[in-house]
Design a protein around this ligand. Structure first.
Ligand code: GDG
Length: 483
């Protein structure tokens, strides 16, 4: 309406995620400011946001601050506040110490606490309310990830006019595991508030459909779920795989820059010019199988099948969730193992493992990708794994060997990589040796095929495919309701 100012403007396209695409930061002198955190999701959604009058609802990353909405490079930023207690209960607790381990095949034991659940409900309600308040009539809302699984239902209750999408970035577990969750039915009901529910892999979508069959009376005819709510028309929900990707050409562009290639060369020299550099890049998380890869490498060294003069493993383990106990324990375990292997095998000129417990700028990551002859992705369970795709995108020279776990979503698409089962240490060792010895011609053939896939199915293709399905589902829904 004409009386609306930019402050109470309504938005046609709203993205909702736990974290905003910008971080609230406080300088050492106490001055507050914002930094952009340019992930793939922002890159993919920015053009859609600008074209469609877009807003982003999320937490700014600091406790106990209520911040006014503002415009940032064409996107409306709508901060949702969290208290210190909510960060402990909703975020570190229920999201990262209940749902995260449960959805990753209980690699670590999930903790179930009723206070955490209550906080999860309250925070999801706050996100839903904030979204309902700024969405225009008939707007499209896209909710992201496991921290916000109740938002679709909460939003639909207030705003049945909205078209609601949900995307789960992590796996959805088999029913035998999922059914442990004391609040299993509420989460399914929460998700079913969406029109389209996206998953990384076909297997995740099937696991979800099975949970729907077991816990509700709704009929599932893959990918459609017919949701019957008392006193309301039957709704159709689509649950289907939309594998996420990266902004692939930007990785290639960086890799083609002479200063990044020079840096890659410098990294090799700094490591004493070994014949083979192997690389792992992960958040320090128990799902990533870092210990399994260290075990395999350690055994190869012990058996004399590789030597530190010839092979170095570079492991970037970026700090993550450092206040959650399982992550503190993991860090101790990994660093003990790295220390032992280096103590046993390093020489004055060559180290076995070059270990880095910190994050690096993207330029440095790309230089590492270019410097690495073998990329190790040994996740025990991973929704997708973007690192695997970034490595391929960076290798415009069609060189380098990707070893990837079949438990990472990316292995469904990256068929010419060396696929491994990280629990099979002997198999992993054989694949490492195969990668080290692979002839140049074979490396090129494989990498060409991997790159074709990654460059073609990039993140903008992912978001446009999802949003097209969402728009069509709404159109079909309206036809269905009319008939
Ligand atoms: C979740 C799911 C799914 C890491 N260290 C540094 C750094 N990174 C970047 C990587 C990559 C991203 O972080 C990590 O993405 P992954 O996909 O590998 O893993 P998760 O963080 O667990 O992500 C996952 C993803 O969501 C998307 O849906 O694929 O399965 O678990 O982009 O490059 N980047 C920089 N410095 C670092 O030290 N600059």
């Amino acid at each position: 309406t004409a009386s609306k100012t930019s402050e109470d403007h309504d938005y046609d396209f709203v993205v909702v995620s736990n974290r905003l695409p910008v971080d609230r930061v406080t300088a050492p002198d106490g001055t507050p400011g914002w930094t952009r955190s340019p992930g793939g999701l922002v890159t993919a959604l920015e053009p859609v946001m600008r074209e469609k009058d877009g807003a982003w609802v999320g937490w700014a990353g600091q406790p106990d601050v209520a911040l006014d909405p503002f415009d940032n490079e064409g996107i409306r930023i709508v901060p949702v506040p969290l208290t210190v207690e909510e960060i402990a209960n909703y975020y570190e607790g229920f999201s990262n110490d209940t749902l995260w381990p449960l959805y990753h095949d209980v690699i670590a034991a999930p903790s179930y606490h009723r206070e955490w659940w209550e906080s999860y409900v309250a925070v999801n309600q706050r996100f839903a309310d904030a979204t309902a308040a700024i969405s225009a009539q008939g707007a499209t809302v896209w909710v992201q990830d496991y921290q916000l699984q109740l938002v679709p239902k909460m939003l639909r209750e207030q705003r049945p006019d909205l078209t609601i999408g949900f995307f789960n970035h992590i796996p959805f577990p088999p029913y035998g595991i999922y059914s442990q969750l004391p609040w299993r039915a509420q989460i399914i009901e929460g998700l079913l508030g969406a029109d389209v529910i996206g998953f990384q892999r076909v297997a995740d979508a099937s696991n979800f459909s099975r949970a729907v069959r077991r816990l509700t009376t709704n009929v599932t005819r893959n990918p459609v779920i017919e949701v019957v709510t008392e006193g309301q028309a039957t709704r159709r929900v689509i649950a289907k795989a939309f594998p996420i990707s990266i902004d692939a050409s930007s990785y290639e562009e960086l890799a083609r820059q002479p200063h990044i290639q020079a840096r890659a060369q410098e990294i090799r020299e700094g490591l004493g010019n070994p014949k083979t550099i192997m690389l792992g890049v992960d958040r320090l998380d128990y799902t990533k199988g870092i210990g399994h890869r260290l075990k395999a490498f350690g055994e190869l060294l012990t058996e004399g099948r590789v030597s530190v003069e010839d092979v170095t493993l570079v492991q970037v383990a970026s700090p993550s969730r450092e206040r959650v106990k399982a992550y503190m324990d993991l860090r101790d375990e990994i660093e003990l193992t790295v220390g032992r292997i280096n103590g046993d095998f390093a020489t004055m000129s060559h180290t076995a493992i070059s270990y880095h417990h910190h994050g690096y700028p993207r330029d440095e990551m790309v230089a590492l990708y270019l410097a690495a002859d073998v990329m190790l992705v040994t996740a025990l369970r991973d929704g997708m794994n973007l690192v695997a795709k970034e490595y391929c995108a960076a290798r415009f020279d069609n060189d380098g060997v990707l070893i990837i776990s079949e438990f990472a979503g990316a292995s469904d698409e990256l068929k010419r990589a060396l696929r491994i089962n990280p629990h099979d240490i002997d198999g992993l060792k054989e694949s490492i040796l195969q990668a080290i010895q692979m002839p140049k011609q074979e490396r090129a053939t494989r990498m060409r095929s991997l790159r074709k896939r990654v460059l073609e199915y990039d993140v903008s293709r992912w978001s446009s495919t999802f949003l097209t399905t969402l728009a069509q589902s709404r159109a079909a829904q309206d036809d269905y309701a009319d008939s």
